[in-house]
Design a binder for this molecule. Structure first.
Ligand code: ADP
Length: 410
């Protein structure tokens, strides 16, 4: 069974065609700069070199048409006919409380997804655009929505309600939702497999450190707390997002700088974090390099980044009443021994003790990076959100098929 996984952003479409029986991507790629005359499609079949084409791509429909034609192309393709695609799995950032799990897309679901736009105005409209485009291009193929928020939907209420008038939760759904759910789920499941222990018996902290970054406390396979909140702005310091902040600061800056809501939003989401503090870059590789060269603010940004992660490790160990496994994943977590070591510095009292050589060697691979006989196992695990989306999609269409057969039998 082949499942097309799509992640649609404002001007980009990331895709993978996954062979779900063999658990690997037959092809993957990215369309960027959609809406511009110099859009780029990068396509990589699993067994051939990467190809790049450039030209005008006016919208998501044209972008997905190009993706399908690449998948079918005699030279670069991996399938002979569209009908080989069994289903499409869409990453949808915000499912609110309405969607605690993945769903088959139908007109009612689309209406509910539109209702969720208010919760994630920066992300959901593009996800919906991708679904609409796919329905036009692949009209007879089932489409499934897989939500970033779903894995965190079992958090206890005391972890997700904010200290605001409760009526605001009732009126507007203001609460912690959490994001990166497919990644936190994937790496915690992988950790239990690597540890050869059931997920039910493990207390795990997962650190997803990419451009966006979040942590989760996963107790017995359930996300009991996570650092992102109502939006993906809360929690850790990120590439361009500020993370945790005294809310009064926003009001103060808006008044002093006479900022509009839109300008304040841009300040917090695009000009803060590592970018805002270093004044140079949001890219962790640049920050590390500049810190090494003695740039004071890049060093400060690095210290702040790791200090905040360390604080969350302590908080989540306390929230779960213990800790068995600490996992690092995503761009920074998978590739930076320096950051991993810095986040774990001084945590020996919790049973966290990194082995220097193991940590240095573990770049872009699954590895145990803690010393032998330490109480907490520290792991580096490359994430695979697309595989989770494909597996979820398969699960949803299997259940749908089963229900249809049952109803025929009755
Ligand atoms: P996204 O959230 O866009 O999916 P990624 O998971 O790809 O992001 O992570 C991107 C981040 O990972 C960037 O800040 C990049 O600098 C960082 N990164 C990638 N490789 C390394 C490395 N070797 N050392 C430190 N940071 C790295």
């Amino acid at each position: 069974m082949k499942i097309l996984v799509l992640n649609c952003g404002s001007s980009s479409v990331k895709y993978q065609l996954i062979d779900i029986d063999k658990n690997y991507a037959l092809a993957k790629g990215l369309v960027s700069r959609i809406g511009m005359s110099d859009a780029v499609l990068t396509h990589k079949p699993h067994d051939r070199p990467e190809v790049k084409i450039s030209g005008e791509i006016i919208d998501h429909i044209v972008a997905i048409e190009y993706v399908i034609s690449m998948l079918l192309s005699p030279n670069h393709g991996v399938i002979k006919d569209k009908s080989e695609i069994t289903a499409v799995g869409h990453r949808v950032v915000h499912g609110g409380e309405k969607f605690p799990e993945s769903v088959l897309i139908n007109p009612e679901v689309m209406a509910e997804l539109r209702n969720c736009i208010e919760l994630a105005p920066l992300h959901n409209p593009h996800n919906i655009r991708g679904i609409n485009a796919c329905q036009k291009i692949l009209p007879n193929i089932p489409q499934v929505a897989v939500f970033d928020t779903a894995f965190h939907q079992q958090m206890p209420k005391y972890a997700y309600i904010y200290g605001l008038p409760y009526i605001l939760y009732k009126k507007y759904g203001i609460r912690r939702y959490g994001f990166h759910g497919t990644s936190h789920f994937y790496v915690s499941k992988r950790a239990s497999e690597l540890m050869k222990k059931p997920l039910k018996e493990l207390k795990i902290i997962t650190c997803h450190l990419g451009n966006g970054a979040s942590m989760a406390a996963v107790d017995g396979g359930i996300s009991v707390d996570t650092s992102m909140g109502f939006t993906p702005l809360e929690g850790l310091l990120m590439g361009t997002r500020c993370g945790d902040l005294d809310p009064a600061v926003i009001l103060h800056i808006m008044a002093r700088e006479e900022l509009s809501l839109q300008e304040a939003n841009t300040l917090l989401n695009k000009h803060s974090g590592m970018q805002g503090i270093s004044g140079h870059s949001s890219d962790m590789r640049d920050i590390i390099q500049e810190a090494k060269e003695g740039h004071a603010n890049s060093k400060l940004a690095l210290d702040m980044y790791c200090y905040r992660i360390k604080k969350y490790i302590g908080a989540y160990a306390a929230a779960m009443g213990g800790l068995d496994v600490l996992v690092f994943t995503a761009g920074v977590g998978e590739n930076s021994p320096l950051i991993r070591a810095k986040c774990c510095e001084g945590l020996e009292f919790l049973g966290i003790d990194i082995d220097e050589d193991r940590n240095e060697e573990a770049v872009g691979m699954e590895a145990l990076i803690s010393k032998d006989k330490t109480r907490v196992k520290v792991l580096a695990i490359p994430t695979n959100e697309e595989l989770v989306i494909a597996q979820e999609t398969q699960k949803v269409i299997d259940v749908d098929k089963f229900l249809k057969e049952m109803s025929k039998g009755v």
